[in-house]
Design a protein around this ligand. Structure first.
Ligand code: ADP
Ligand code: MG
Length: 399
């Protein structure tokens, strides 16, 4: 079996390695702008091809021709998108080559925040009230019926990029004016104050076969816009929150038509009434080292499991390994220092340290959820003092 992997950014080394271990021919199609810069696991890749790109974006028509050209002499059995920004291109290629896997209609529910909300709501999931930024009369009516504040957000971005909080109707119109012809690529939705959670799951032939719920310390938007330390930790597996989130995730996957692969799905638990709202989903692994968080707690590497799911394909023969039941947490901060020194943090629970300029990060693991909570609450203020630096929000992905 030959798998063609699309990666406009450097991602998914463990997927490529596992696909090779599974005996696949591994083809990688990536951006020309990464040539000589990315550190791909070349021992696990049979052939690597570069597409000319503009700021990592695929030229759709050229890519369809290029992959069809490759397919003259190579039997391509699967196409997999390793990054969020590759999901649509992979779907278009599958449809063109008539390959199994999710097509364009389905993947839209995993990329377009408007499409996923509409589909989720149609299927009875609870979502923050929303409206497409399209008809100005409809927007005015939305703001009359839905209490402020609202968030104006791009339909297909990540990392809280481009999200703007709107407090009064008069603030919306100039914001739309600035967006000009791009406004229809946005939606406006009710801001629901509460805690933000994520469920990371593996889906095989439309069945959620593995899922784990975690909670962000502070809402990601507060961290990326206001600053502060990013934390997330695995919830106690039998807690009411965890059980409800895992159940909501199953409903979301069924509603949105996830066929196979991995998903990172986010929810808000409203502070007002404790109700869980579907926030967003994706057909990929979570960013910000969430793969490492899940691996520390369960022993499962989501990239590798995803490769196995793809190889098993429509036979549905995939079974996840029995997960460990440890607890884990991630703690990541922008750092004032170029090479922050975390050696003073030396508890035995630290299983990984981030090595990235101007970042300090730790991954903690313990059989005890209470111990993880205790360490997190001790480390957060220490991190703030030792490393924390504020950087204004970005308007472009940094990867
Ligand atoms: N309707 C909302 N109510 C409250 N907070 C929200 C809402 N929408 C977004 N946010 C905040 O913005 C963050 C990013 O929004 P999200 O829809 O998850 O987009 P992204 O793809 O950028 O992660 C969320 O984690 C949350 O902190
Ligand atoms: Mg999000």
């Amino acid at each position: 079996m030959n798998i063609l992997c699309l990666a406009s950014y450097e991602k998914g080394h463990e997927f490529l390695r596992e696909a090779k271990r599974q005996g696949c021919g591994v083809l990688l199609l990536t951006s020309l702008s990464l040539q000589g810069k990315a550190d791909w696991p070349l021992e696990s890749i049979d052939e690597i091809f570069y597409m000319p790109d503009e700021d990592h974006a695929w030229n759709r028509a050229d890519t369809i021709k290029a992959v069809s050209y490759l397919a003259r002499t190579r039997a391509i059995d699967r196409i997999v998108a390793l990054d969020d920004f590759d999901v649509e291109m992979a779907a278009a290629l599958r449809e063109h080559l008539r390959l199994p896997g999710m097509g364009e209609t389905t993947v839209r529910h995993f990329r377009d925040k408007l499409a996923m909300r509409m589909k989720a709501r149609e299927n009875g999931l609870n979502v923050p009230d929303f409206v497409h930024v399209l008809n100005h009369g409809a927007l005015a009516r939305f703001m009359e019926r839905t209490p402020a504040p609202w968030v104006l957000k791009p339909r297909s971005m990540a990392g809280a990029i481009g999200i703007k909080k709107i407090h009064r109707a008069e603030e919306l119109w100039p914001a739309l004016e600035l967006l000009g012809d791009m406004q229809s690529f946005y939606l406006l939705e009710q801001f629901v104050p509460g805690d933000i959670f994520h469920v990371d799951s593996i889906v095989s032939e439309k069945q959620v076969v593995f899922a784990i719920a975690s909670g962000y310390g502070r809402p990601p938007m507060e961290v990326s816009h206001g600053g502060g330390i990013f934390t997330t930790s695995i919830l106690e597996r039998e807690s009411d929150d965890a059980l409800r989130l895992v159940a909501e995730n199953e409903r979301a996957m069924a509603a949105l038509g996830m066929v196979r692969g991995v998903s990172h799905t986010e929810f808000i638990k409203a502070r007002a009434d404790g109700r869980i709202h579907f926030l967003e989903t994706s057909a990929r692994v979570g960013g910000a080292h969430i793969v490492d968080l899940v691996e520390a707690a369960t022993g499962l590497n989501l990239w590798a499991e995803w490769a196995k799911v793809e190889v098993a394909g429509e036979d549905g023969g995939y079974r996840p390994p029995v997960p460990n039941r440890d607890y884990a947490a991630l703690l990541i901060s922008l750092a004032r220092q170029q090479h922050p020194d975390t050696s003073a943090y030396n508890d035995a629970e630290i299983v990984w340290r981030m090595v990235q300029d101007h970042h300090a990060g730790l991954l903690l693991k313990s059989p005890s959820a209470a111990r993880i909570r205790e360490l997190l609450s001790a480390y957060e203020p220490r991190f703030t003092k030792d490393f924390y630096a504020y950087e204004p929000p970005r308007d472009k992905p940094s990867h």
